[in-house]
Design a protein around this ligand. Structure first.
Ligand SMILES: NC(=O)c1ccc[n+]([C@@H]2O[C@H](COP(=O)([O-])OP(=O)(O)OC[C@H]3O[C@@H](n4cnc5c(N)ncnc54)[C@H](OP(=O)(O)O)[C@@H]3O)[C@@H](O)[C@H]2O)c1
Length: 278
């Protein structure tokens, strides 16, 4: 029987599409899950366990042909033994990573950089999908879109958000095909769209009039500190978005190069997810 591909984060933003993409190609899928109500499609083999538990990851990876790794934790603590377990069991790892991990400045690489280093050092064949931002981040505005006004900071910040289906489509190619080992793909949308424009596009997709209301940085900092659990991450996020008001986030051709078709636009994502904003 064909060996399965292991998918971690299989219930999440990208993992669910990786599962669907593999099933569509007739590839057996095994998923590491921590909840019995995971709701994964019939035919997916679910293995219980926590991503931070190397023994559980080793059980899930045994006999697989490749693994999609989502490391959803705030720090890289514990990634070493998990990466080693994936190297032994799956041999090939496709990692959902972050664009800053590719920074030439070691201080900017953050925990995503440490996770990459562990996977690279594990002995597995690796592919990194370095995401600038997922379009699913726009879900944070869902409640406000319903009211017609989104109050948030830096409306002029231009972001190259990527549709999660594109991240997954690239992952599926890297999991199944040759030629992707040792490659880091900057995984972005096809253009950088300002946050104010994103809100307009969302309104258009939902069929309601929406407007952007610029939120002062201090007010946003207080809200984000509560979300991130500390002022450090909140301040870093705000400073990054502020920088994108002058210089738009990078747009990369990597998705199109791997898939042989253009990356999906933010408007496509908005139409796909319009019900989440109704
Ligand atoms: N959001 C962005 O714009 C962005 C940008 C760059 C990089 N990234 C990277 O994307 C990753 C997170 O992706 P996401 O925000 O889209 O999240 P997500 O994949 O939608 O959600 C996390 C997934 O991991 C699972 N999970 C969480 N904790 C787990 C645990 N302890 N053991 C086993 N499974 C666990 C969750 O399962 P349950 O169903 O059980 O909760 C869910 O399937 C991070 O590595 C982050 O660095 C995100």
């Amino acid at each position: 029987m064909e060996r399965p591909v292991l998918v971690t984060g299989a219930t999440g933003n990208t993992g669910r599409h990786v599962v669907a993409g593999l099933l569509a190609e007739g590839v057996p899928v095994r998923a590491l899950v921590r909840r019995s109500d995971h709701g994964l499609p019939a035919g997916v083999e679910a293995v219980d366990g926590d991503i931070a538990d190397p023994a559980a990851v080793a059980r899930a990876a045994a006999g697989t042909r490749a693994a999609y790794l989502v490391w959803p934790l705030m720090t890289a603590d514990g990634i070493g033994p998990v990466a080693a377990a994936l190297a032994r069991g799956a041999g090939r790892v496709v990692l959902l990573s972050a664009a800053n991990a590719g920074s030439g400045d070691p201080g900017e690489r953050g925990s995503a950089g440490e996770v990459e280093d562990a996977v690279r050092g594990s002995g597995a064949s690796w592919t990194f999908l370095r995401v600038t931002g997922l379009a699913a981040n726009a879900l944070q505005w869902a409640a406000q879109v319903r009211t017609g006004t989104v109050r948030a900071p830096y409306g002029r910040a231009r972001r190259s958000l990527v549709h999660e289906r594109d991240v997954a489509a690239v992952a599926v190619r890297a999991l199944l095909d040759g030629g992707h080992g040792g490659r880091a793909y900057l995984t972005t949308g096809p253009e950088a769209v300002s946050q104010r424009e994103q809100v307009r596009i969302l309104g258009e997709a939902v069929g309601v009039a929406t407007r952007w209301e610029e939120q002062p940085r201090d007010e946003a900092a207080a809200e984000l500190t509560a979300v991130f659990g500390g002022p450090g991450c909140a301040g870093a996020a705000l400073t990054y978005w502020e920088s994108l008001t002058g210089r738009p986030e990078e747009v990369s051709p990597d998705v199109e190069r791997v898939l042989g078709r253009p990356a999906l636009a933010f408007g496509e994502w908005a139409r796909d997810r319009a019900d989440d904003f109704r």
